[in-house]
Design a binder for this molecule. Structure first.
Ligand code: F6P
Length: 384
């Protein structure tokens, strides 16, 4: 596809055009999987960076579903009669908002060769010279499969609040989600202290305990439960009972106990709270409550950090397509992949991302081990 990519006659690139081997006329962008704050910032940055380089941008609606069904819309327009490109009208609000305005989906059809063939057909019909896929590890796995079966170059941008994507230390949305968790914990702590209560707060993360681990110290939690440290329900209850007895003892005198639990820990949160309450009935005036934060932490305006990495990933992704790369993802402060002009951003082969993701989740990767070591150290301090 690259060799057929031509910039439409007479269209000039912006003054900040990078050296490029591929002459892209039109690229497409889609967001897929669970939305993450900062996805819109990345789309906005892609539109502007591409427009500045004379590249037209199509937005694909509803993730892979829209790619299969050919649902695209123009995100750039010709600027007067100048032959220069600009974003379409009415999108100036985009970079600062959560969710994804393009829409997203979890798309079982994309798991089938037929679905991917149709997606490839949409790109060929629309003469798309490159595709940027913004999403989590499932979506990037889809990107990798599509890249093997379709000649259109594909570049991924990691975006998922779970931070469970191998080959990048950070993904779009993680920072905002952590800020939301901390704010929620502060609010719960206000009421918990007023009533001498223990709270179990469940946070999202699918199989990954990252959000729980990363928020625990900042929220001054007293304990953290993550799937990376497997424990039986009874072991958890023993640990928490001991924690409550110590924390609420006259000697220690805590006014609230906060336990952050990752959703990947199998024991149901409400049931844990009930069983813990039953174990500490003898502690006068101590109540146990539970709050599941759920989708609350997926929404909201993206933080500075998420907007910043979104912009830098967008720059690297457009640069990667221009440089003729495919089947890669942008990685933040990654130990693998090839460097880009931005020293914090690498291009990581999607096949390596897949391997690293599994190793991160089973705790055998360098980053998985480091996270576990950190949590072991932090745990000692949390309960004090
Ligand atoms: O992957 C992001 C995430 O929010 C996970 O933390 C969570 O397990 C899942 O998506 C929820 O998915 P859905 O929004 O489809 O219920």
């Amino acid at each position: 596809m690259l060799d057929r990519a031509v910039r439409p006659a007479g269209r000039t690139a912006g003054a900040d055009t990078l050296p490029a081997v591929a002459n892209l006329g039109k690229i497409a962008v889609l967001t897929s999987g669970g939305d993450a704050p900062g996805m819109n910032s990345a789309v906005w940055a892609i539109i502007k960076l591409a427009a500045a380089r004379g590249i037209q941008v199509l937005g694909v609606r509803r993730g892979f579903d829209g790619l299969i069904d050919g649902e695209t819309e123009e995100l750039t327009r010709e600027l007067g009669t100048t032959n220069r490109l600009a974003p379409v009208h009415g999108l100036d609000w985009l970079a600062a908002t959560g969710g994804t305005f393009l829409g997203s989906s979890r798309c079982p059809r994309f798991l089938t060769p037929d679905g991917r063939r149709m997606a490839c057909g949409t790109m060929t019909d629309a003469e798309i010279d490159g595709l940027i896929i913004i999403g989590g590890n499932g979506s990037l796995t889809g990107a990798h499969l599509l890249g093997k079966e379709c000649t259109v170059p594909i570049v991924g941008i990691p975006a998922s609040i779970d931070n469970d994507i191998g080959g990048t230390t950070d993904a779009i949305g993680v920072d905002t989600a952590l800020n939301t968790i901390i704010e929620a914990c502060d609010r719960v702590s206000d009421t918990a202290r007023s009533h001498h209560r223990a709270f179990i707060i469940e946070v999202m993360g699918r199989r990954s305990g990252y959000l729980a681990m990363a928020s625990a110290a900042a929220a001054t939690a007293d304990a953290v439960l993550v799937p990376e440290q497997p424990k039986s329900e009874d072991e958890i209850l023993d640990q928490l009972e001991q924690l409550l007895r110590k924390s609420f003892s006259k000697e220690r005198g805590k006014r609230r106990v906060l336990i952050i639990k990752a959703e990947g820990v199998a024991a149901p949160t409400m049931l844990l709270a009930e069983r813990l309450q039953a174990r500490v009935e003898d502690l006068a005036g101590v109540d146990v409550r539970a709050t599941v934060l759920g989708h609350l932490i997926r929404g909201g305006h993206p933080s500075y950090h998420d907007r910043m990495i979104a912009g830098r990933f967008a720059l690297a992704a457009v640069g990667a397509l221009l440089a003729g790369a495919t089947d890669v993802m942008t990685g933040w402060q990654s130990s693998i992949g090839t460097t880009t002009p931005d020293t914090n951003v690498s291009l990581v082969p999607l096949s390596d991302m897949l391997v690293e993701t599994e190793r991160m989740l089973d705790g055998s990767s360098e980053i998985g081990r480091m996270r576990l070591e950190l949590i072991r150290e932090v745990e000692q301090v949390l309960a004090l």
